[in-house]
Design a protein around this ligand. Sequence first.
Ligand SMILES: [Zn+2]
Length: 229
Amino acid sequence: MIIRDFSGFIENVESNFIPVVSSRFSQEEYIEIDLSEDNHRLDVIDVSSSKAFEIYINRYLKENNASIAYGGYNEIRGIYRRSTHFNQENPETERNIHLGLDVWCDANTSVLAPLDGKIHSFKNNTGFGDYGPTIILEHTIHDIVFYTLYGHLSIASIANIRIGEKIKQGQEIAVLGDASVNGDYAPHLHFQVIKDLQGNIGDYPGVSNRNDIEFYLQNCPDPNLLLKI
Ligand SMILES: [Zn+2]
């Protein structure tokens, strides 16, 4: 089956909110957070410090009486300039457009499979600013195969799993890592929906440059179309 509208397909997989982290957070406890370069409150934060970033997020949650923050799809971010992993020397190829949905909460928070599937692959992507421990699930729904990626996990999350292992919707598949293992970020889940993995194993770009963005936005639709936070 050829799908012309993968985003539309993803949007129609489920009709209600699906938690991708601990179900102790109700939908009402989530708040959207703006981490784009247009948020000038970030100008005074030392974004090279995962700790300073964590303090910013916790303050934002407190101010808004929320427990968990999410957002970032198709967001142009300044925070990647701290790492050469993102080619910041050339404006054409600088990777600063975020392709996943980030969910900001404490280290060790459980990560839940939003859908039935199986483990496609996993890997510790160890570079500074990279994902750290990462899992990719494969899903087949109405004969359509697609993938979901979970980045910034704990080391233990990938220690005792195997490729092909069946996963049930709502099952805990991992817990979040802290800055010492997750690429040096404030703890958060990077969740991304991917149609074509392009041969990647345990890894897939989570950030794009301007030149490639059209392809990536097609191949990786807004994860919140699925989750409905
Ligand atoms: Zn992310």
